[in-house]
Write a protein that binds this ligand. Structure first.
Ligand SMILES: *[C@@H]1O[C@H](CO)[C@@H](O)[C@H](O)[C@H]1NC(C)=O
Ligand SMILES: *[C@@H]1O[C@H](CO)[C@@H](O)[C@H](O)[C@H]1NC(C)=O
Length: 352
């Protein structure tokens, strides 16, 4: 009986959910992740870094884990093994990723995860030592570069999307999801699972999921999954999102980004690798910005979309060259598109 009541309560709580990163909805009992703006782990009260609604969402007992990793719309007919298998295939098909001669990074100082908030520049040199112009001239990179300058990074200020920018979105989706083996494979997989019945439906849904505007602040249409994840935003005086290495490289080259250190370095010895980085972006600090390094744009988009579609709002485990990696996504629950579908709130490689 008690169990039934608790279960009912849980489902009620989370089904009303708004899981913006300033709320604990659907995050109670999650493990501590310094990437988040506020926290819902069992130690947040002790550490005084809980989200404002922690007590309301996570209950008086504080340490319970009422709504831990509750699947919002997870595809139950896709197994963890299938996610691992398809991610391995996507990894092998990423022909556009950087080779060792096309990209040279200088990761310099590794700090411990307890030091990530200290805002100390431990690295005198830039992170990106050399990036080949041939790599950035590949069609999917060019399509990404065209998009990255479209955004106002401040939340609370509306984005406007002129026709040219919408064409750039379409061109990016065409280049990455229709014209590459990575995109074709992702579609094939999702189609086999009955998620999409045609490639145009797939592309259209990705367009809404990634580029559909929503409001993070002031009721303004100031944000989208793409802006947050690939381009980065400023929210409450901090860098929010920013999980793409090409954007990191561009801002560093412009002299607008100062690399401080990294607190995570993935086990890969060729690209893509994963780093969790500390940096300052034109006046604002990022405590842990994790990203694939040296991946192609289609690879980032495919990995995040795969995890968001199959394990929305959860930790999704992929396998890349035999190594396991968690990818965390968040659903944006304050507004929706189509038939009540949710936008992506965020997506990034989870750093332990
Ligand atoms: C898999 O699950 C989704 C969502 O529940 C459903 O739409 C789809 O038809 C299922 N696919 C198969 C092959 O059973
Ligand atoms: C949620 O959406 C409404 C209307 O779109 C907006 O007024 C409100 O500010 C939003 N809330 C948050 C927390 O973004």
């Amino acid at each position: 009986m008690k169990v039934t009541v608790i279960l009912f309560l849980t489902i009620t709580l989370i089904s009303q959910g708004y899981s913006g990163s300033l709320s604990c909805k659907r995050r109670c009992g999650e493990s501590y992740d310094p990437m988040n703006d506020c926290h819902c782990d069992s130690e947040c009260q002790q550490n005084k870094d809980c989200c404002k609604d922690y007590k309301k969402q996570c209950g008086r007992r504080g340490t319970n884990s009422l709504c831990i990793h509750f699947p919002s719309q997870a595809l139950t007919n896709v197994s963890d093994e299938e996610i691992k298998a398809v991610s391995e295939t996507l990894y092998k098909l990423d022909h556009n990723r950087a080779t060792a001669s096309e990209l040279v990074i200088d990761s310099q100082t590794l700090i411990s995860s307890s030091q990530t908030g200290s805002k100390v520049d431990h690295s005198p040199s830039p992170l990106f030592k050399q990036v080949s112009s041939t790599l950035l001239a590949k069609p999917t990179f060019k399509a990404l570069l065209n998009l990255l300058d479209n955004y106002n990074r401040m939340t609370g200020q509306a984005e406007d999307v002129p026709a040219l920018e919408e064409q750039e979105q379409d061109a990016f989706l065409q280049a990455t999801m229709v014209d590459t083996d990575v995109g074709k494979e992702l579609y094939k997989f999702l189609n086999s699972k009955g998620v999409y019945s045609s490639q145009s439906e797939f592309v259209q849904d990705l367009k809404m999921m990634w580029f559909g505007l929503y409001s993070r602040a002031n009721g303004q249409q100031d944000s989208s999954a793409f802006e947050h994840t690939f381009s980065g935003e400023i929210k409450n005086g901090k860098v929010s999102g920013f999980h793409n290495w090409v954007q990191f490289y561009l801002k560093e080259k412009e002299g607008l980004l100062n690399y401080y250190s990294h607190s995570f370095n993935g086990p890969w010895t060729s690209f893509p690798d994963v780093l969790g980085m500390q940096f300052e972006w034109d006046g604002y600090f990022k405590e842990v910005g994790s990203a694939f390094i040296g991946s192609s744009p289609e690879f980032d988009l495919a990995m995040y979309s795969l995890c968001y579609i199959t394990r929305p709002g959860q930790r999704c485990y992929v396998s890349l060259g035999g190594q396991s990696l968690g990818i965390q996504t968040y659903t944006w629950d304050n507004s929706s598109y189509g038939d009540g579908k949710k936008f992506i709130g965020s997506a990034y490689p989870a750093t332990p």
